[in-house]
Every structure is written in structure tokens, then in C-alpha cells.
Design a protein around this ligand. Structure first.
Ligand SMILES: O=P(O)(O)OC[C@H]1O[C@](O)(CO)[C@@H](O)[C@@H]1O
Length: 568
């Protein structure tokens, strides 16, 4: 049954250009009535449409941002941005795609609770480190625990710890208040009417960009050029965002819900930002568009008919996947290609995708500005941590797998006679429909070895089952595509990975647990949230020899997928 809050689905191809133009004009005029008829929800959405003209509004802030950047440039050798999801993915893309210009401090993004990643920051010269604490709500647990932890470290080394901290948050949040009390070097108060994942071109992206020595004005210029090109006066088929939205929605209505974003390797980090925007905005009410990013491009035979492609490339490198793309087109796969003149055009892409996704919200009858299912994993994590703080123990007992010698749990309708990992994985594979997707979710350090193993696993499963695959490091994914896992279509099959490796010395002040405890509770919390919702999920607990174990797991999957292939 349709929820009373939902408006009906609208197929853009069935509307006249005038009707579509009216919808586009309404969004650009910040009129929330196109998204819902519910007046209460309209009020909330009204306060989420600020991205529409954020570039213009941020222009007046540029002198302040640049002035700040030039003041701190020579005082610090390291800058660490602590934040999650919308507060970190665009800065992460900038750091990976551009990196700091010569003469600017090193720039790190800490968007995890993994003890090894936290330790990497601890090893820096903290006396020369500036922390940017970025959180719209000012309450996100990863960000706040990192803040508390590093505040204490800095306070031990300097007389004025506040001079090492900057916040990017909304007015009146707990972080804003604490920043004032503790004398932060600077508080950037972001426009309240811009939601986290739509905030790339506000202080969230501009302050980090300036601290990398980038020409932040150009991002805004490029965004404004795109904004002009997306005006309702432009014919619909020539409107870059409108046309992208129609492409995404029409294919979705035809059952092609796996929006596969391929990118030039030089632009790939930006796909994580697109992934959050699409998944958190359009993955809810048991439906939605599933973004698939970071897969290795493959030949048409490895893709199922549920795929639709977008390629983000760079002009001058158009030939990169030329052969592959002509094969995909010959095989009948829809493919849209965008070529950027230079990296600064990412500013334009932010606007194109924000508007396209907002329009898709109208076509799919979804509110693209909330993330109603994220809260469930957060609640579970809190319960697990509360038990841990009270009892000193986690309420979890793993089965032990004899072959791989790792712990495991399974749930979400996966039933086997004897709890053996091989049987559970086989069951999961058998029961995955061709339009399903596999998600690998390691709560592990960001190492290239880990990434490579999971990239290989994705390629293996895609090749054997023609299913889409996702890989998201935890807890990063919880603030991004995690919404879709719990709120979107029931086609996901999940593998969560944790490992032993508690660092007893990483106790977080005021919280009474370590980063490892938090990371583990987040993983197990999400396992519970998924299983409660009857979504098939396997949690594998590795030892501190996890790289070796993951390699064995790959071999194991190689065998198991071969067996299931033979059986089918
Ligand atoms: O900026 P905040 O409030 O810390 O939130 C970080 C991220 O967490 C989420 O709210 C999901 O938990 C995202 O929507 C958001 O981008």
C-alpha cells in the first residue's frame, strides 16, 4: 500500500514539456509542494532547498574563507578534517583528486573510527596540526568522538588547544556551542537550509578547498554556469540536469535500477559523493535507484539487464574506455557520457547531480531530502555500546568456521541445517535473484591491499552471477549508501567484516570506550538492523591477521561460486 505521505509516481516521458518545466521551476523557486502534499513535510523540505542558490550565497563568504586559509597556511603542516558522509565526501574527493597545492599543508580526511586510521593521525606532529570538525548536526558520533580524543591529546601538548580547532556546523548545534566555549580558532556556520549531502559547495567543500590552495571561486563559477544551463527556459532535452533525471528515472521504471557510475580513474573519488547523494536521496520506502560505483569496468557479458551506465570522464582522455563503451552500446546497454574540461568542473557536476536527484525524487514519489532508515543502525549501535559500558562485554557470540578459522554470524532469513560458513554463503548465493546486488562492507583500515581484495571479489561475483556489487568501508557507508541498504529495495545481500585489534590505549574521553569498541558496535549494530528487517546478512569476524584471512576468503568464494554455478 502506498504511504499517505507519498505522491504518485510520475514518468517524465509521459508528461508534456510544459508540465516538466513547471516542476523544475517549482524546485528552483524552492517550492516544496512538488515533493509531497503533507504540509508538515513540506515545511521540512522547504528548509532543505538552499542548495539551489548556495553558490550565489557563498560568494560573499569567499574573502572570509581565503583570509582564514592564508592565516593558517604557514602555521600548520597537517590539516585533518573529521566528518562523515556529506560533511566529508566532497573534501575527500578534493584531497584525492587535486591534493594540496605546493606550499600548502598536507590534508587528511578522517571519516572512520578504525583504530589504525586514528593511530595514523596520532602519529602526526599534533603541535603543527589543525583539526576541522565538520558536522551539520554537531552530534555525529564518529566526528564527536574524534574531536574529544584529539582535543585531549592537543590539550596535553599545548596551552591553547582551541587554536588547533575549527568547526563547520550549523548555528546552535552542540558543536557550535562547544566550539564557542572552548575558544575554537574559527567557527564556520553553514547555511541551515542546505542538507548534508547537498552541501559540497558551502563551507563544507570551500573551506577544505581553500586550505588545499585551490581556486575555490572557480568551483562556484562552474556551478553557476551549470545552474544557468539548467534554467527552465532551456529546452528540456538540452537541460543537463533535467535530462539526466529523465534518463535515471525512465530506466528505473523499466527495471534498470542499478545506476552504474563509471569514472576516469583520475575522477573516481568523486563517485563516492555521487553514491551518497543518490542512495540517501533515492533509496527508501523499499524502492529506489541503486548507485553502483567503484567496480572495475567489464565486458557486456558480465552485466545483467538491470544496469544503466553513466560515465564521468576528462576531455583529452576520451579514448580511455572507448572500446568498452562501444561494446556496451552494441549490446544495448544505456550509457550517458560526460566529459569535464578540467577538475574544477566538479563544481558544475555537483549542481547537475543535486538537481537531477531532486527531480528524480519527484518522478519516484520520494522525499529526496531525508534519510529515515539511518537512525535504526545508530540505535542498535547505542544499545550494543550501552551493554558494553555496563558489562565490559559485547553481547555477541560468533560461530567458528573450521575451514577459514574465522568467526561468523548470519541472519535475515538465511537458514541452514548446520551453521557452517560454506553452507550459509551457498544459501545466500542461491537465493540471490539476478537483479540482486552483493555488498561487501569491511570495517577495516583503508589499505590498498584490502581494497584490492574486495575489488577482486566484486569482479569475481559479478562475473559468476552477473549481479551488481558494492563495496563500502564501514562506518563510512553508514552515512552514505547505508540508508538504501535498510530502506531501499530488498535486493541487497550483505557481507560485513570486522577484525580483532582493540587498542586499549585509545580510550575516548567522556565516552569510556575505545575506537575499536565503537567500530565493532557500529558493524554489529548494522548487522542487527539489517537482520531485523529480514535482509540477508553475514557478519565475518577476522583476527588481526585479516589480510591473509581475506585472501583465503577470496579463494573460498572462488570455490563456492564455482560450486553454485555448477549446480544452477
Ligand atoms: O554532518 P553530520 O550531521 O555530522 O552528518 C553526517 C552524515 O550523517 C548522515 O546524517 C547520515 O547519518 C548523512 O546524511 C550526513 O551527511
Amino acid at each position: 500500500m502506498d504511504s499517505p505521505k507519498r505522491v504518485k509516481l510520475l514518468r517524465p516521458s509521459k508528461l508534456t514539456d510544459d508540465e516538466k518545466k513547471k516542476i523544475l521551476s517549482a524546485i528552483l523557486a524552492k517550492d516544496p509542494s512538488v515533493f509531497t502534499k503533507d504540509s508538515e513535510i513540506q515545511k521540512v523540505i522547504k528548509n532543505r532547498l538552499g542548495w539551489v542558490d548556495a553558490s550565489q550565497r557563498m560568494r560573499s563568504k569567499l574573502p572570509e574563507i581565503k583570509e582564514f586559509a592564508s592565516q593558517v597556511k604557514d602555521k600548520f603542516s597537517e590539516i585533518v578534517l573529521c566528518g562523515m558522509g556529506g560533511s566529508s565526501l566532497f573534501p575527500l574527493a578534493l584531497a584525492k583528486i587535486f591534493g594540496p597545492e605546493e606550499g600548502w599543508p598536507n590534508f587528511h580526511v578522517l571519516d572512520t573510527t578504525d583504530p589504525e586510521e586514528v593511530a595514523k593521525i596520532e602519529e602526526k606532529d599534533l603541535k603543527k596540526t589543525l583539526f576541522i570538525i565538520a558536522s551539520k548536526s554537531g552530534t555525529t558520533i564518529e566526528t564527536i568522538t574524534q574531536f574529544r580524543y584529539f582535543w585531549e591529546k592537543i590539550a596535553k601538548q599545548t596551552d591553547n588547544p582551541g587554536s588547533h580547532f575549527v568547526a563547520i556546523t550549523d548555528e546552535g548545534t552542540p558543536l557550535h556551542r562547544e566550539g564557542e566555549e572552548k575558544g575554537f580558532l574559527k567557527l564556520f556556520l553553514n547555511p541551515e537550509d542546505v542538507g548534508g549531502r547537498y552541501a559540497a559547495l558551502t563551507y563544507v567543500g570551500l573551506v577544505p578547498g581553500a586550505l588545499m590552495g585551490l581556486d575555490i571561486e572557480r568551483f562556484l563559477e562552474k556551478a553557476e554556469e551549470m545552474q544557468e544551463a539548467c534554467s527552465p527556459d532551456i529546452p528540456w532535452e538540452l537541460n543537463p540536469a533535467a535530462w539526466l533525471s529523465e534518463y535515471m528515472a525512465e530506466h528505473f521504471f523499466l527495471g534498470q535500477d542499478k545506476l552504474t557510475v563509471l569514472a576516469d580513474p583520475l575522477l573516481r573519488p568523486f563517485s563516492l559523493w555521487i553514491e551518497q547523494l543518490v542512495a540517501e536521496s533515492l533509496g527508501k520506502e523499499f524502492t529506489g535507484i541503486v548507485p553502483i560505483v567503484g567496480e572495475t569496468p567489464g565486458s557486456p557479458t558480465v552485466y545483467g539487464p538491470d544496469r544503466v551506465f553513466v560515465y564521468l570522464g576528462l576531455r583529452g582522455r576520451q579514448d580511455l574506455y572507448h572500446r568498452l563503451f562501444s561494446d556496451l552500446k552494441d549490446a544495448g546497454f544505456p550509457l550517458k557520457q560526460y566529459f569535464l574540461d578540467d577538475y574544477y568542473e566538479l563544481g558544475a557536476e555537483c549542481y547537475r547531480w543535486e538537481l537531477a536527484v531532486a527531480l528524480c525524487g519527484v518522478w519516484l514519489g520520494l522525499n529526496p531530502f531525508d534519510e529515515p532508515d539511518v537512525i535504526r543502525a545508530k540505535k542498535k549501535t547505542k544499545e550494543v555500546l550501552d551493554t558494553f559500558v555496563k558489562t565490559g562485554d559485547f553481547p555477541v557470540e560468533f560461530y567458528v568456521d573450521d575451514d577459514l578459522n574465522v568467526g561468523f554470524l548470519y541472519a535475515g532469513g538465511l537458514k541452514v541445517q548446520y551453521p557452517r560458513l560454506r553452507a550459509v554463503v551457498k544459501k545466500l548465493l542461491y537465493e540471490t535473484p539476478p537483479w540482486g546486488y552483493f555488498a561487501f562492507l569491511p570495517f577495516l583500515p583503508y589499505s590498498s591491499e584490502v581494497e584490492e581484495i574486495f575489488t577482486d571479489l566484486r569482479t569475481l561475483l559479478r562475473g559468476r552471477r552477473q549481479c551488481s556489487t558494492i563495496m563500502g568501508f564501514g562506518p563510512r557507508y553508514l552515512h552514505s549508501i547505508g540508508q538504501l541498504f535498510k530502506g531501499g529495495p530488498r535486493s541487497g545481500r550483505f557481507f560485513i567484516f570486522t577484525r580483532k585489534g582493540r587498542r586499549d590505549n585509545q580510550i575516548i574521553p567522556d565516552f569510556g570506550f575505545t575506537f575499536w569498541d565503537l567500530e565493532f558496535a557500529q558493524a554489529y549494530g548494522d548487522f542487527q538492523a539489517l537482520s531485523e528487517d529480514n535482509r540477508p546478512v553475514i557478519h565475518i569476524h577476522l583476527t588481526d591477521n585479516y589480510i591473509e584471512e581475506l585472501r583465503k576468503f577470496y579463494q573460498f568464494m572462488e570455490e563456492v561460486t564455482r560450486l553454485t554455478e555448477d549446480d544452477t
